[in-house]
Design a protein around this ligand. Structure first.
Ligand code: OGA
Ligand code: MN
Length: 302
């Protein structure tokens, strides 16, 4: 058989994806919907994918329940939304899968197997890059019997409900985002963070983004600052900048903007980093927690 015939056979043999019947149930709060009955280990049809995509835009966060997927399948599904980002902390890449960052408080042979203090401050993933993240997908591997929740705040709502004085104060403003904003502080607070090499530091030079961004797909405005990565507002005296950011941070995380995710086994949570900021609620030290994260690249905020 010629090589091209052999290839054609393989293509013909790949089964066409089958439609799946699944429910999209909005969660009661200001963010999120639960997806029941969809199996992400199977390839999605174009129509099923487009339903998922629209639900993600409508709800900003999707909880796919009971996903028995491999790291490969997690990566393949994530890639359908855009190119994946490789996290600067290569120490915590999953072996053989640099697209996956291990988020875990587990220590093996005296060494952390993952980033143990991920999300200790409110943040939008990788907002410290020129091209911040579109969204992240976090897949539960091992969950503690208590604690370990993740909180999400709706930054469209935060913008829409800004008091007039604050709204006027942020018009046209830009802010600096830096991976190093809290790094030294986090190193002092725990033993999770390696010293960064010169090469790693070169990968995370600070960037400037608008304080209010327009979501490229839903057209809505959102606040785009966070205590995790935003250091100051460009062109403002240091004390004024600090005071304004403190007010914006406090307003962003008002209780009515927040969804608290209580993890269930095999949950895959896919959130929109252009619409939400998030925070790790914290896990008691003696309980093990491990999740795998992929991060999709987005576009330049405007
Ligand atoms: C993350 C993150 C929070 C958590 O993985 O990006 O912020 O609760 N995680 O693990
Ligand atoms: Mn995060």
């Amino acid at each position: 058989m010629s090589q091209s015939n052999a290839l054609r056979r393989e293509v013909d043999a790949a089964p066409a994806p089958q439609a799946q019947s699944f429910d999209i149930n909005p969660l009661p709060g200001p963010v999120g919907a639960e997806i029941i009955g969809l199996d992400l280990s199977r390839e999605l049809t174009a129509a099923d994918f487009s339903r998922v995509h629209q639900a993600h835009l409508d709800h900003h966060l999707l909880v796919f329940r009971d996903q028995r997927i491999t790291p490969r399948q997690h990566i393949d599904f994530s890639r359908r939304f855009g190119p994946l980002m490789i996290h600067v902390l290569h120490q915590f890449h999953l072996a053989g899968h640099p697209e996956i960052l291990t988020v875990s408080n587990i220590v093996e042979d005296g060494k952390p197997i993952g980033l143990g203090d991920a999300g200790k401050y409110w943040h939008s993933d990788i907002s410290y890059k020129e091209l911040p993240s579109l969204g992240s997908l976090l897949h539960a591997q091992e969950l503690p019997s208590e604690g370990g929740d993740t909180l999400f705040a709706n930054m469209h709502l935060a913008y829409d409900t800004l008091p007039a004085a604050l709204r006027n104060a942020v018009v046209g403003k830009r802010a600096v985002h830096s991976y190093l904003a809290q790094y030294g502080q986090l190193q002092k607070e725990g033993n999770w963070r390696p010293n960064l090499s010169a090469q790693q530091i070169a990968q995370v030079r600070e960037v400037v983004h608008p304080v209010v961004r327009t979501h490229p797909e839903n057209g809505r405005r959102a606040l785009f600052v966070s205590e995790g990565f935003t250091t100051h507002i460009v062109g403002m005296p240091e004390d004024e900048s600090r005071a304004l950011l403190a007010e914006l941070f406090a307003h962003s995380v008002r209780a009515e903007h927040i969804y608290r995710h209580r993890w269930q086994p095999h949950d895959l949570v896919f959130w929109d980093n252009r619409s939400l900021i998030h925070l790790a609620g914290g896990t008691p030290d003696h309980l093990r927690r491990k999740l795998y994260r992929t991060t999709i690249e987005g576009d330049v905020p405007f």
